[in-house]
Design a protein around this ligand. Structure first.
Ligand code: NDP
Length: 326
């Protein structure tokens, strides 16, 4: 028997409860993993609260990421005892996920634990941190170098935003953080943010082109915020857009693209090809200093997930939330 958070639907409402399951209850897959840690991401918040149409088949074990040790494997890539990470691929959305002490998954979805990481560190990073790294790589590939000018991170105090601030600062960029919570300034300064702009200012309607301020930007918010970011990009700048914490809409003009050579790069972590994932994890292992992990995270038990899911949807979570499944 093992513990899992199970989502069910009654009267079109999602209910979450802790259940005891057996391995026979798990869906098909060629690798069984003993989960050590999972983490809470915005999408998990949407799934557990039922506020977003993330889960379409019930019952469902949510949890879009986990790290642990292979217990059984019918795959040639993995053996019992191997340390592994999983993020994305629809796990926790349409295949039972990481909010459980055991999972059975397709071996093609697993990434071997990179040198320098362990299950705890991997889930402090989690899907949010992986996405932040993919955003940084997108900016680098677009030619945004630390000497090109200031870089902006929106939703900075959240999971993706906080890791993006840390990574960019470590890489030598001058990071300007957009946050709606002034009480997080000390947290963000410790991660390396040099300046702050309030969410209210960045959410104001903008003209097609505003004064040129940013060489690069990581946007997790979308909507009016992303429209303003685009209008404020410096000539040749690039925006890595990965989120919709504010809105999935984007009302903008072609002006930044055709008059300032700005590029808008979409970033997806769910179906990101394996080779790029492995590269991103290796860079995370190399770039993140040992001391940063403790600064980024709060740890909770599985029982606390339903409340934490409400908190992340209401924008009250700071940094990353680690779920300890031991
Ligand atoms: P968090 O909730 O941890 O962070 C989101 C942050 O956005 C909040 O902390 C807050 O930052 C800001 N925010 C929230 N609501 C609003 C609003 N209405 N207007 C402006 N800012 C707002 O979530 P995650 O970091 O886990 O995820 C962030 C986004 O990225 C989500 O939309 C998520 O779906 C997406 N995402 C996408 C991935 C991909 O593969 N493309 C992977 C992972 C996440 P502050 O308090 O500092 O203002």
């Amino acid at each position: 028997m093992f513990k899992a958070l199970v989502l069910e639907q009654q009267d079109a409402k999602t209910h979450a409860s802790i259940r005891q399951l057996t391995v026979a209850d798990l869906p098909a897959g060629d690798v069984l993993v003993d989960v050590a840690y999972s983490s809470l991401n915005y999408k998990d918040g949407l799934a557990v609260t039922g506020k977003g149409k993330i889960v379409r088949q019930f019952p469902m074990v949510p949890g879009i990421d986990f790290a642990g040790t292979v217990a059984e494997s019918a795959s040639e890539r993995f053996r019992p005892g191997d340390a592994v990470i999983l993020t994305g691929w629809g796990v926790g959305e349409n295949h039972w996920g990481g909010f459980a002490q055991k999972v059975r998954v397709n071996s093609e979805w697993l990434v071997p634990m990179p040198a320098g990481l362990n299950a705890q560190k991997a889930m402090i990073i989690g899907t949010a941190g992986l996405t932040a790294m993919l955003c940084v790589m997108a900016l680098e590939e677009a030619g945004v170098t630390p000497d090109a000018g200031k870089v902006l991170v929106t939703g900075a105090a959240g999971g993706v935003g906080s890791v993006a601030v840390l990574l960019l600062a470590r890489l030598g960029y001058h990071v300007v953080a957009v946050t709606g919570r002034p009480e997080t300034h000390a947290f963000l300064s410790a991660l390396g943010a040099k300046e702050f702009i309030s969410r209210e200012i960045m959410n104001q309607p903008c003209r097609p082109l505003e004064a040129q301020r940013w060489a690069g930007a990581v946007d997790v918010v979308g909507g009016e915020m992303l429209a303003r970011v685009l209008a404020e990009m410096a000539y040749g700048g690039a925006v890595a857009a990965c989120g919709l914490a504010g809105s999935f809409k984007l009302d903008t003009t072609v002006m930044p693209f055709i008059l300032r050579n700005v590029s808008l790069r979409g970033v997806d972590s769910v179906s990101c090809p394996l080779a790029r994932r492995v590269r991103a994890w290796e860079r995370l292992a190399a770039e993140l200093p040992e001391a940063a992990y403790a600064d980024l995270v709060q740890s909770i038990a599985l029982e606390a997930v339903p409340q934490a899911a409400q908190d992340i949807i209401n924008g009250r979570v700071c940094g990353r939330v680690l779920i300890d499944l031991a």
